[in-house]
Design a protein around this ligand. Structure first.
Ligand code: HEC
Length: 436
């Protein structure tokens, strides 16, 4: 064989020698210095689009199970290297060397949060106590499969009555208090995590909360659900993570957190969108009136911003809303932490129930807690120099305070750190915010 042919054959036969970046990134994600470097660069370059806590802003959330360009660290490395130019993310190949780009991916890996490797099995209905809900692998499932976006999803069951078991790994990036909340009206629910069990019998409207102190790491999570009657199924299941972000664990919760259609129907004069606003957490609601006041509020009753005038991103296509950044009028304030109600020093357990239009200037928001307590909020800005927020609280017991974050003007001064203001008269408590 001549030499030339041998060289040609070698080129054709031997695969290119390239290490798997995924394996390397996985090792780097356990290396404190590598992760630290990734974090430093993330907080200089990436946070503006992907959020300070990776929660997403103009760019997508980078810590949940939903990925547009692939779920593996090797995919992230590729996106960081090549960018997504048509969507506005540049290629970082010429900016950072390979190790630095891997460290960025390692940092993302170290921050992964929520469910992964999620599987389901469907069983015939079980009778008796909720303890009888099937264990994973006990008996023969009628159907089983994977759920790629890691959301508890009752729709794979085509029958009226069934029980389902979901099982996966729950990733916890850092130590802290995690609050698991579930709520179902039509089925029995049981969650097992780290030796703890939380369950509800369904049939009532109470939400069940399980507060768990978790160390960073990986946990087995199992969720069992049994449909108990023929009404349409709904299962709200979230976890509130220490960063204060509400993390949906079921498809219904995800739907509620990421779209606004269900609230949009409440009052069609106001516009509801999911926002893409700098410095405001993802998954807040923006509610605004053309020419009036606009709000971004969290579903837990925190208020992140209020601005005057121009509203953002309105249009008929609800599902497409909030996907573009948009102009707003000047804000009265805009903060990433939110003004929120504290009960005995802890954030109140409130949920947005509805908003309604009672004046042409501001919507009235109503938040409720699991025990029937209620907070009503509206705003008024007839004085161009001051915004009045009006809080009215009914049936919430304990010592009530408002937590006002740094960056908000209060008592004519720009707060440099967050403050607590006691609520003197819960039935009518105004908070005046001067013009910034
Ligand atoms: C100018 C805004 C912007 C900046 C800055 C930015 N990104 Fe992105 N990023 C995006 C957009 C937009 C997408 C793609 C969304 C799409 O395809 O719909 C994206 C996608 C990604 C993805 C893939 C997400 C998925 O769901 O598949 C990763 C990973 C990522 N970015 C990491 C980074 C890192 C790391 C940095 C910093 C070095 C960074 N980005 C900087 C806007 C940005």
């Amino acid at each position: 064989m001549n030499r030339f042919l041998i060289i040609v054959l070698c080129i054709v036969v031997s695969p290119p020698l390239r290490a798997d970046p995924g394996a390397e990134i996985s090792v780097l994600s356990k290396d404190v210095m590598a992760v630290k470097q990734g974090e430093t660069i993330y907080k200089q370059m990436c946070f503006a689009c992907h959020g300070m806590n990776l929660e997403g802003a103009a760019g997508p959330n980078l810590m949940d199970a939903t990925w547009i360009h692939g779920a593996t660290p090797a995919d992230w490395f590729r996106v960081i290297t090549e960018g997504v130019s048509e969507k506005g993310m540049m290629a970082y190949e010429a900016v950072y060397d390979e190790t630095t780009r891997k460290n960025l991916a390692a940092y993302l890996l170290s921050k992964q949060e929520g469910l992964r490797s999620f599987q389901y099995e469907i069983y015939p209905p079980v009778s008796g106590e909720s303890e009888a809900l099937p264990g994973f692998g006990s008996g023969e499932p009628i159907k089983s499969g994977e759920i790629s976006d890691a959301l508890v999803d009752l729709s794979p069951a085509e029958m009226q009555e069934f029980s389902m078991v979901f099982k996966g790994r729950f990733l916890v990036p850092r130590d802290g208090k995690y609050i698991f909340i579930h709520h179902t009206r039509d089925g029995r629910f049981r969650m097992k995590l780290n030796g703890l069990v939380s369950k509800s019998e369904g049939g009532n409207k109470k939400r069940t909360r399980l507060v768990v102190d978790l160390k960073a790491g990986e946990y087995e999570m199992e969720v069992a659900y049994q449909r108990t009657d023929g009404t349409p199924h709904l299962l709200l299941f979230d976890v509130l993570v220490p960063s204060g972000i509400n993390f949906p664990l079921s498809r219904d919760s995800h739907q509620i957190l990421t779209t606004s259609t269900h609230i949009y129907e409440v009052a069609d004069q106001a516009r509801v969108v999911r926002t893409v606003l700098d410095g405001i957490p993802h998954e807040t609601l923006a509610v605004g009136l053309t020419g009036g006041l606009s709000f971004t509020v969290g579903r837990d009753a925190s208020i992140y911003s209020i601005w005057d005038g121009l509203f953002l991103d309105t249009g008929p296509n609800v599902s497409e809303r909030g996907k573009r950044a948009a102009q707003t009028g000047p804000p009265w304030f805009a903060t990433a932490d939110g003004i929120r109600l504290l009960v005995d020093g802890n954030p109140a357990d409130l949920r947005l129930k509805e908003y309604r239009m009672e004046s042409s200037q501001s919507p009235v928001f109503e938040f409720v807690d699991p025990d029937g307590g209620k907070l009503t909020l509206s705003a008024e800005s007839s004085d161009p120099e001051a915004l009045n927020l009006l809080f009215s609280i009914e049936g919430i017991k304990g010592e009530l305070e408002l937590s006002i974050p740094a960056g908000v003007f209060f008592d004519n001064e720009l707060l440099s750190q967050s403050s607590r203001v006691p609520i003197k008269d819960p039935s009518n408590f105004p908070l005046t915010i001067p013009k910034p």
